[in-house]
Every structure is written in structure tokens, then in C-alpha cells.
Design a protein around this ligand. Structure first.
Ligand code: SF4
Length: 167
């Protein structure tokens, strides 16, 4: 039985894209690591924002970047593209929520180095309620006996599970 603590930032990010992907990831089904999208993500991860980088890691949460922003804690997520902005925003809100649960107030910022773009993210009480409801829904999905049925969506062509789902 999966619980609240099994909900990770990666699952939160997948939730906005595909519920089947959420289940596959949670059940340790390994995506195709050579998929170009994943490779590109890794490369950007390696080369961007090296100067500021301080990964922090707690309770299944790995935060890309932490900065002191005029005395306030700023946590950042670095993304390849702003096309999946909603899912990136939700992931960062989840991190802000987890930090808050641990007594740490922070503001968030999404970084899109290829597009030279930054977007501020704040955890309002309304957004916090949304994060809690997504966590509960993810817990329900990953506790299902089988993955949600395959339904082709535009994202499939970029997904590491493409071979798995289409075979
Ligand atoms: S290939 Fe498509 S259906 Fe399968 S996990 Fe990826 S996005 Fe979801």
C-alpha cells in the first residue's frame, strides 16, 4: 500500500501529463533511458546554473537549486522547455508545500535556460489546497492494481514509456 510519503516530485510532474505514466513510474517500471527527451533533460541538468547549484534532498524531494534571495529562501527547478509549464509549476508548488510542512517558507522560481526565461511561483492557500488534492489523487492512482489504460496523447511521442505502451 502506497502512502503520502511515496508521492515524489517526479510523480507530481507526470500527473499533469499522463496518469498511466504516474502508475508506471511509481511501480518502478524503468523508462527508456536513451530516449532523446530524457538525454536532453540530463544534459541541461548538467550544464545549467552550475554556479548556484546546491541540490537539496529530503523526504523524496530533490530540489535543483537553492538561493538566498535578499534574505528569503528561493528554490528553483530547471526545465528544458516551458511547454509543460503547468506540470513544472505543480512540481515546484509541491516542493514549496513539502518545505512548508517542514517549517520552511520559501518562494519558487522556474528556470528555462534554453528560453532564457524565469517564472516566479508562490504557494498561496488556494494553490496549497490544490497540491494536497493532487497528492491524494496520486496516492489513489498508484494504489490501483493495474496501470490506467493506455490512451494515446500528443506527449506519447516524447515519452520514455513509448515503447512499453505501444508494444
Ligand atoms: S507513452 Fe503515452 S500513455 Fe504511455 S506513459 Fe507515456 S504519455 Fe502515458
Amino acid at each position: 500500500m502506497y502512502g503520502y510519503e511515496d508521492v515524489t516530485g517526479s510523480l507530481i510532474q507526470s500527473y499533469s501529463i499522463c496518469k498511466r505514466q504516474v502508475w508506471l513510474m511509481a511501480h518502478q517500471i524503468i523508462p527508456d533511458q536513451e530516449h532523446p527527451y530524457i538525454e536532453m533533460g540530463r544534459l541541461i541538468d548538467d550544464i545549467s546554473y552550475d554556479r548556484d547549484r546546491k541540490k537539496i534532498n529530503f523526504e523524496n524531494v530533490v530540489i535543483d537549486l537553492v538561493r538566498n534571495d535578499n534574505g528569503n529562501l528561493l528554490v528553483g527547478e530547471i526545465k528544458k522547455s516551458s511547454k509543460a509549464l503547468d506540470s513544472a509549476r505543480l512540481q515546484l508548488l509541491f516542493y514549496l508545500y513539502k518545505l512548508k510542512q517542514n517549517g520552511i517558507e520559501a518562494k519558487g522560481q522556474l528556470f528555462f535556460p534554453e528560453e532564457r526565461k524565469k517564472i516566479d511561483v508562490f504557494l498561496t492557500s488556494e494553490l496549497e489546497a490544490g497540491v494536497v488534492s493532487v497528492i491524494n489523487e496520486i496516492r489513489d492512482i498508484i494504489n490501483m492494481d493495474k496501470a490506467p489504460a493506455f490512451k494515446k496523447i500528443p506527449y506519447c511521442k516524447n515519452c520514455g514509456y513509448k515503447e512499453f505502451c505501444l508494444s
